[in-house]
Design a protein around this ligand. Structure first.
Ligand code: ZN
Length: 495
C-alpha cells in the first residue's frame, strides 16, 4: 500500500538524519574539536547512537516492511525494502544485551591488544580474542542460524557479493599475482624514489597543493571541504562532502595520493541523486563498491603515467626541489613494489592483497573453529611465507599488527573487491573514452560523468552484484585486475 511506503520512507529519513548528525559530530571531533571536548562529545555520540538503534529496531519498521512487501511493490520500492530490511534484520534480530556485550568487550580489547603488541606477547591477547570470536559467532547465529558464521560476518559489509565470489578472486590472486610478485622480488633492483631524496616538504605547502589537485580533478567547491586528520576519511552526503588527508614530511606522494583516494570516495557521494537524500536510493552501495571508487582514482588515475605528465609541472612550481625529477622517475616511484614489507598499512598496490588474503584465511579458519587461538601466530607466519616469501620475526610485526580483530573477522576483503572492481570499471570506461588522453589533458569531466552515469546515480537501487553488471556489462571478475597488474608491472620492472 502506498501509504505504508510513504511511512516507511519517513521513518528511514529520520534514521538517515541521525546517522548524518552522528557523522558530523565524529568529523568535528577528529578535525576541529579542542582536546578537552572529549567527555561531552562521547556522551553526545552515545545518545545519538542509542536513538539510532531505537529507530532501526522499532518493530513498527518491521511491520511497515511487511506491509509494503505484501502490496505488490514496484521495482524501486522492492529495492528500498530489501536494503532497509538488510539493516533491520542485522540489528533487530540480535538481543540487546549481546550487542552491548560485544561493544564493551571490543572496546576493552583495544587496550589489551595495544599492550600485547607493545610487549610482543600474543598470549596476553589470546583469551580476549577467543572471547570476541565466541560473541561474534553467537551474533551471527542470531542473524542467520542456518548460515556459515563467517559468511554472515562478511555479509554485514558486503551482502550481495558472496563469500564464494571472494574466494574465486583470491584464487586468481594466488595463481597469478603470487608468481608475479616473486618475479619482482627476484629482480631485486627496486626503482629509486626521487621524492624521498628531495624532502622534506612543508606541510602547509602540501595542503595547498592537495587543494589545487582537487580543483584540477573537479571537486565541487560549493559542496566539499578538505581538512587534515590523523587518519584520512570521508563523511557526508550528496550535498555536503568532507574529506580529510594527512601529510608525510619526507614523501610528498603519500599525502597527494591519499587525497586523490578520498576524492574518489567523495565523488561517489556527490554523485548520488539529490532528490533521494534520506532514502536508500540516495545512499552509496556496499563498502567494496565505495572502495572501488577511491581506488579507481588513486590507482588508475593517480598512479598512471599520463597523470604524472599532467601533475609534475604543477608540482615543480610548488616544490622547486623537484625540478630535476622526470615523469618516468616519478611514475616508477609511485608504483614501487615492496615485497619484503611485513606491514599491511605500508603495503603497495600489489602486495596489499596478499596481506588481505592472510587475514581472510586465518580469520576464516579461526571462526570455523579449525584453528585454535594459540595456533594463530604460526598460521599467520606460514601464510606470509607462502604468499610473500617473508616471515615476521615477532608477533608485533605479524598477527598483532592490526587492531582489526577487536572489531570483527571479515573486514579487509572489501579492499580487494574495491581494487578488482576498479580495474573492471577502468576497462569498461576505456571502451567509451580515451581515458589516457583525457587525464593527460586534465579533462576529468567525461571521466566523472561516466562514473556518475554508470555507478553513482543508482544509489542502492541495485544490489552490488547487479550494479556491477549494470555498470560494466558483466559480473565481478578478477580478470581485469590481473591483466592490468601484469601489463603494468611487467613493463615497469622489465620482466
Ligand atoms: Zn578508502
Amino acid at each position: 500500500m502506498n501509504d505504508a511506503y510513504e511511512r516507511l520512507l519517513e521513518r528511514y529519513q529520520t534514521i538517515t538524519d541521525l546517522e548524518q548528525a552522528r557523522m558530523v559530530l565524529g568529523w568535528d571531533q577528529q578535525v576541529t574539536m579542542p582536546d578537552g571536548g572529549t567527555p561531552a562529545r562521547a556522551q553526545q555520540m552515545s545518545t545519538v547512537s542509542a536513538l539510532q538503534h531505537e529507530r532501526r529496531t522499532d518493530p513498527e519498521l518491521g511491520e511497515l516492511l511487511d506491509a509494503v512487501e505484501a502490496n505488490d511493490p514496484d521495482e524501486r520500492q522492492q529495492a528500498v525494502v530489501q536494503e532497509i530490511r538488510h539493516d533491520y534484520e542485522r540489528e533487530a534480530e540480535v538481543p540487546a544485551d549481546l550487542v552491548e556485550e560485544i561493544s564493551r568487550t571490543s572496546s576493552e580489547a583495544q587496550q589489551v591488544w595495544e599492550r600485547a603488541r607493545e610487549e610482543d606477547d600474543f598470549e596476553q591477547f589470546a583469551p580476549t580474542l577467543e572471547r570476541i570470536r565466541d560473541l561474534q559467532v553467537e551474533r551471527a547465529g542470531h542473524v542467520d542460524p542456518d548460515a556459515d558464521p563467517f559468511a554472515v560476518m562478511h555479509e554485514d559489509d558486503e551482502p550481495d557479493l558472496s563469500i564464494e565470489t571472494v574466494e574465486r578472486i583470491f584464487d586468481r590472486i594466488k595463481s597469478d599475482l603470487v608468481p608475479l610478485i616473486e618475479e619482482i622480488r627476484e629482480r631485486g633492483d627496486a626503482p629509486a624514489s626521487p621524492f624521498e631524496a628531495q624532502g622534506p616538504y612543508d606541510e602547509d605547502e602540501q595542503f595547498e597543493f592537495s587543494k589545487e589537485v582537487l580543483e584540477t580533478l573537479g571537486f565541487d567547491p560549493e559542496r566539499t571541504r578538505l581538512d587534515r586528520s590523523a587518519h584520512p576519511f570521508t563523511v557526508g552526503n550528496q550535498y555536503d562532502c568532507r574529506i580529510t588527508t594527512r601529510f608525510n614530511e619526507d614523501d610528498v606522494v603519500d599525502g597527494l595520493l591519499g587525497t586523490v583516494h578520498e576524492f574518489g570516495h567523495g565523488l561517489y557521494q556527490l554523485g548520488l541523486p539529490d532528490e533521494e537524500y534520506g532514502s536508500p536510493l540516495g545512499e552509496a552501495q556496499s563498502l567494496g563498491v565505495h572502495e572501488s571508487q577511491a581506488r579507481f582514482w588513486e590507482n588508475h588515475v593517480g598512479r598512471s603515467r599520463p597523470f604524472w605528465e599532467l601533475i609534475l609541472p604543477e608540482m615543480r612550481d610548488r616544490f622547486p626541489q623537484l625540478s630535476d625529477v622526470s615523469v618516468d622517475e616519478a611514475y616508477e616511484a609511485v608504483n614501487r613494489i615492496y615485497p619484503e614489507n611485513l606491514i599491511r598499512v605500508e603495503a603497495d598496490e600489489l602486495t596489499y592483497h596478499l596481506h588481505v588474503l592472510v587475514r581472510f584465511e586465518v580469520g576464516r579458519e579461526f571462526v570455523a573453529g579449525n584453528l585454535a587461538v594459540d595456533e594463530i601466530p604460526r598460521a599467520w607466519n606460514d601464510r606470509m611465507e607462502w604468499y610473500l616469501g617473508v616471515s615476521p620475526e615477532t608477533d608485533a610485526e605479524g598477527c598483532l599488527q592490526d587492531v582489526h580483530w577487536t572489531e570483527g573477522f571479515a573486514a579487509f576483503q572489501a579492499y580487494t573487491i574495491g581494487s578488482v572492481l576498479a580495474a573492471q570499471l577502468d576497462a569498461a570506461m576505456r571502451e567509451d573514452l580515451d581515458v589516457d588522453a583525457l587525464i593527460r589533458e586534465g579533462e576529468f569531466e567525461p571521466i566523472r560523468e561516466w562514473l556518475r552515469e554508470h555507478v553513482h546515480r543508482h544509489g542502492r537501487r541495485y544490489p552490488a552484484d547487479e550494479l556491477i553488471e549494470v555498470a560494466t556489462g558483466e559480473p565481478l571478475t578478477a580478470d581485469y585486475f590481473v591483466e592490468y597488474a601484469k601489463e603494468k608491472y611487467t613493463d615497469l620492472y622489465g620482466l
